[in-house]
Design a protein around this ligand. Structure first.
Ligand code: NAP
Length: 349
């Protein structure tokens, strides 16, 4: 059997595409990603980047309020772990993603918890291969694989991943190894401001290391970080080595001043990278046109078409500009409608 719509990815774009495609009776098949250590380290587990965040305040339809009863009525109990005594007022990223997944499931979306490792887009129907060895044929594919956090690329950083090096303060910040210890955050954008501010809950001090003399972050978030007495900004600086021991993990970083080239060692129990993202397009192996940063190119304005007829892209994998949950969801909807309309032109129902 050839699938009519295969959706690869399980963030807001993937689930929104699935909701629209399943309501159009296309019975979409979603590859939501595999639960592997490799994906955990890369930040590419199922449910995408929103599953790595805390409260989501800017997704329309979820004002801060008494969401607990609603969430408990909409989701199985084990999927609402945050709804205890100290429940957040708004919806959290993981909850929002579970709600979207559930909504897609309710309309008949089929979900496979596996990674797509390769596709053949050279002939139709397209062929899709997964990590566990499954092969699926599809008339249309919606790529909604999102983006993942970047790292500095130092061998010493790699060596201490999971032992003090992280790209997700929300996921890892509360670990005992970071409590009441100095920590380092690298970056000068909104993510770095957010991570640094968040980590001050646990750290004794947060060294915010930025390569220039001004932040790229929005004024309000930069201001918040600058006014936080537990954040110490290291301007014009770069981490050129992560220091640590085999047993204990990260113990510090070597900082290089980019103006004077002087180096200094600072003590730190962890280093959090917040230096932007890269799109998850490896499995496409160059078969779809991408831009110079690797993001999939939409080949028609206000359409989710890619350079391959029948292949659509939605969400952060094709958008280095807006990168919001709500814009991803919007383009997910567009991709499902684009796929549905194309299938009609091909006489496939
Ligand atoms: P970003 O805006 O691209 O910022 C990346 C930062 O990392 C920049 O300051 C950049 O330095 C630095 N950087 C990049 N490569 C580096 C390297 N190899 N070594 C050292 N530093 C490096 O990324 P982002 O902060 O993840 O934000 C992405 C988007 O998400 C933005 O549109 C942002 O507004 C949004 N966002 C919003 C919120 C919020 O509103 N709550 C939170 C997080 C993110 P330079 O400045 O020198 O280029």
């Amino acid at each position: 059997m050839t699938e009519r719509v295969v959706i690869i990815g399980s963030g807001p774009a993937g689930w929104s595409a699935a909701i629209y495609a399943s309501r159009a009776s296309l019975e979409p098949l979603v590859f939501e990603g595999a639960i592997t250590e490799d994906n955990r380290l890369k930040g590419t587990l199922p449910l995408g980047q929103l599953s790595l965040t805390t409260e989501v305040e800017n997704y329309a339809g979820f004002p801060s309020g008494h969401l607990t009863e609603y969430l408990k009525s909409a989701l199985p109990e084990h999927l609402v772990p945050y709804r205890g005594k100290n429940a957040p007022h708004g919806v959290t990223g993981p909850e929002l993603m579970e709600l979207m997944r559930q909504q897609a499931k309710n309309f008949g979306t089929r979900i496979v918890t596996d990674d797509v490792v390769s596709v053949d887009l050279s002939k139709r129907p397209f062929t899709i291969k997964t990590l566990e060895g499954q092969t699926v044929e599809a008339h249309t594919i919606i790529v909604a694989t999102g983006a993942r956090a970047n790292y500095l690329g130092l061998p010493s950083e790699d060596a201490f991943k999971n032992r003090g090096v992280s790209a997700c303060a929300v996921c890892d910040g509360a670990l005992p190894r970071f409590r009441n210890k100095p920590l380092v955050v690298v970056g000068g954008g909104d993510s770095a401001m957010e991570e640094a501010s968040y980590l001050t809950k646990f750290a004794s001090v947060v060294h915010l290391v930025h390569r220039r003399g001004e932040f790229r972050a929005s004024k309000i978030m930069a201001q918040r970080a600058l006014e936080n007495p537990k954040i110490n900004v290291q301007w014009y600086s770069a981490v050129d080595e992560v220091l640590g021991t085999d047993d204990g993990g990260v113990t510090g970083v070597r900082l290089k001043n980019l103006q004077s080239n002087a180096t200094e060692t600072i003590e730190a129990a962890g280093m959090f990278c917040a230096i932007g993202h890269s799109p998850n397009t490896d499995f496409l192996k160059g078969q779809v046109q991408t831009d110079d940063k690797g993001y999939i190119v939409w080949t028609q304005s206000f359409r989710t078409n890619t350079s391959v007829e029948g292949v659509y892209a939605a969400g952060d994998v094709a958008d280095s500009n807006y990168r919001q949950a709500i814009t991803s969801a919007g383009t997910g909807c567009m991709a499902a409608l684009d796929a549905e309309r194309w299938l009609v032109t091909q006489g496939i129902h």
